[in-house]
Design a protein. Structure first.
Length: 197
């Protein structure tokens, strides 16, 4: 990595945490300057604008979370184990998040809903990727006879992701992992009762 690439990476890491904790509107360029120790020009050497930085910082944060999530999925050999790996990953998320401040997809989706279309589009694309992962795992499980043929993969993806994101939101709100842990336990029970053959 060149010195310029290292500087850019450092800015992204700092900005990802700041935006994830305080939001786009709650984080000023002055905040990023203070956190990085760089002048405005040093930041704008790498990013066109605050919005450009926020979009790229979101991508950085999402990739951090996704890498950890995919690692949890890949530890299992069966589709059922992989789906549970994805679900169970979120039990650890509140305690040890890859990016401090909660889930960047949830945080960005809520803040950017009407105000920041570029960030909203990024959050939606990120959620699309996670939905596609769940659908893929379910379809693979159906093909291997691990899951019931009648399981609607898209509906299950909505249930899993909406539940997990809601659990994270409540755990952050109450500063208590019990909400995420409850959701994880209930989703595992749902897989036992409604998804497994």
């Amino acid at each position: 990595m060149t010195k310029g690439e290292q500087t850019r990476e450092m800015i992204l890491e700092v900005a990802a945490q700041a935006f994830n904790r305080h939001g786009f509107s709650g984080t000023s360029l002055s905040d990023i300057m203070q956190l990085t120790g760089l002048e405005k020009g040093g930041i704008y050497n790498h990013f066109e604008s605050k919005e450009d930085l926020a979009v790229q910082a979101f991508d950085f944060a999402f990739e951090r979370v996704s890498e950890a999530l995919v690692s949890a999925v890949r530890q299992a050999k069966t589709a059922e184990g992989q789906l549970r790996g994805m679900i169970n990953y979120f039990a650890e998320y509140f305690v040890s998040p890859p990016v401090p401040g909660g889930c960047p997809v949830l945080n960005t989706a809520v803040e950017s809903d009407d105000a920041y279309p570029a960030l909203r589009n990024r959050a939606r694309a990120a959620m699309d990727r996670w939905q596609q992962l769940v659908v893929h795992l379910v379809e693979k499980g159906k093909a291997k006879g691990e899951f019931r043929p009648s399981v609607d993969a898209s509906a299950l993806a909505s249930l899993v992701l909406a539940s997990l994101e809601g659990g994270i939101m409540m755990s952050k709100l109450y500063n208590d992992p019990i909400h995420t842990n409850t959701v994880v336990a209930l989703l595992n029970a749902y897989v036992d009762d409604h998804v497994k053959v």
